[in-house]
Design a protein around this ligand. Sequence first.
Ligand code: ADP
Length: 327
Amino acid sequence: MSSIKKIGVFTSGGDAPGMNACIRAIVRTGIYHNIEMVGVIQGYQGMIDNNFIDMNSRSVSNILHLGGTILKTARCLEFKTEEGIQKAYDHVKAKGIDALIAIGGDGTATGAERFSKTFGIPVICVPGTIDNDLYGSDFTLGFDTANNTVIQAIDKIRDTADSHDRLFFIEVMGRDSGCIALRSGIAGGAEAILLPEKETGIDELIEKLETGAKNKKSSSIVIIAEGDKNGGAYDVARRVKEKFDYYDTKVTILGHLQRGGSPSSFDRILASRLGYAAVNALLEGQTRKMVGLRGNAIVTTPLEEALNQKEFKLEQDLLDMAIILAI
Ligand code: ADP
């Protein structure tokens, strides 16, 4: 029997589609086990501001399919200070919360690890970020939906690019991670993909585009992760244009539309499984763990390990295949 009577749940850092589906799974699994459930509004900021909301099964009705997060999210610098985390803990304690589940990225997990270590309160983290840049899970919440959003955009741009013999540079999210760029590039049939993890020089890119033009491609699409070392899509487009003007050149920055939208079936199921697993992990007495998906199994990884390891998530076979399929 677990001594946990009240669990607090919150979303923090960058929002991602699937966060609501995860909140729903956490609240309902907790209620099934007769645990009182509390939502913390705006993540760590809400703990500092004493902003809590009691939740029941109906509080999470009709949110499974919604993007964003009903609990709101925030970036909270005060939580990084001694005074800030103490204030947060005092409010959490006064509310009677004896365990927490955090949904967010690596910053959120770093804060959760510190909070739990400092005050001894059990914490489980769910990886929620469209960037898929966390160790401990093959996929993070929101990544699949973001890819679907990007390929819809690529498909539409391809229609107009093809009609006008144009070269499009499409910038996608990923400051340090090329996961969205690689997968959406393959799924969208991009002629070239530029990633933060792998340098592609401008001359090399031009060579690829020239080959495509010689092979009578009527349009070309280059996907650029925002963290690519050549700079953003505008910089790359300008430098390519200086040496290669076979096509009319256009730039599209997809920006924050990649963060929104109704979660895909994959993200809804992943969110449900991870939320359910997070509550069960707490009830089994686990703490300072990240729940994640490995293969098709739900696993837990110590937060310390998850935070100290970098995982190269760009599969070599995908990188090789992307080049061959673009000829
Ligand atoms: P994400 O979780 O998406 O990576 P952030 O990096 O903004 O987003 O982190 C979310 C929040 O987690 C921060 O605004 C801050 O409140 C908290 N946080 C991040 N790093 C730390 C840290 N080193 N110590 C305490 N809290 C932290």
